[in-house]
Design a protein around this ligand. Sequence first.
Ligand code: IPM
Ligand code: MG
Length: 373
Amino acid sequence: MGSIRKTIAVLPGDGIGPEVTRAAVQLLQDCAAAHDHTFEFRELPFGGAAIDAFGKPLPASTLAECRAADAILLGAIGGPKWDALPLANRPESGLLALRKELGLYINLRPIRLHHALQGISPLRPDRVAGCDFEIVRELAGDIYFGAHELHRDNGHSRARDVADYSSPEIERVARYAFERAAARQGRLASVDKANVLATSALWRKTVTDVAREYPEITLEHLYVDNAAMQIVLRPKQFDVILTSNLFGDILSDEAAALAGSIGLIPSMSRGSGEGPALYEPIHGSAPTLAGKDVASPLGAIYSATLMLRESFGLNVEAQWIESAIDRVLDHGYRTMDIAEPGGRIVRCSEFTDLIRGEMHDALVHTERYGWGV
Ligand code: IPM
Ligand code: MG
């Protein structure tokens, strides 16, 4: 592939967000330099940091720059400092507004157990080895985007959250999940609560209708309570899981724990059009770790390699970075959250430098012998 030129909006956000995005940006810079690409990074205020500086979590200028970018890299948002704010003014509302404004209705979360990290999974190796599936979470509807009300009623407080889905909203994300399954092992598990919820009954009917367009895909339906259990009982049964916004939020944290740490899992949020996709680690802002240089940068770095593959089609470059990570892990280096007995614990910045060192060594080798040798 020839040289490309891309603009990447970088939203470091809060807590450990700035340190982990710094690591990912360094690797992307190395990637651009080594492969003759031009990545222009625009760092933008977002989340709690933007509330402090501009009074709102998603300033108009941040949204405009995101729209104009080729891809967006986000760290994490939120923290105790902003927890007392009303829901509509919190950092999280900025993230929901960004998803909505950019039409990001698909959220992809790959769950893969790194072979060197099997020991840190809470599941026995025989249950979890080889676990490799993807969660496709609907991201622009459901109870997240219906009315959220809290009011006084007859001397009591009463609250209400409205869950809402239309069939076109379900169809479009279902199509993406079927395509994803078609590119993998051809198995799709759709998760709902159709025995209780109207939105889930519509979900199940719509996914079943869409399935007629994909006769080669094996579709099964699971209730969410059963799905939560199956993920810990037999995670290897899954290829692609499709689910609604709230269930996807919950199941993806559960699934991430199987891979050893939520700090390892990246995500992509995208729409169907030409607009930019957003990449972010699924871990939160981890306020207790912030500023200590101890967080794992891997969730952010895997988000960057997902960006290289999915938004820019740079598979060789993504593989180059991921192979370097494999070697660093194989050599026994660990950040604190993925520490194992006998492992060598390093800081976030040291871990990043080790990866960069491996990338550099591979490059020197490649310049001599060519890619793929
Ligand atoms: C996630 C997060 C967000 C969500 C929060 C921060 C609003 O938990 O991306 O999984 O619930 O979608
Ligand atoms: Mg979540």
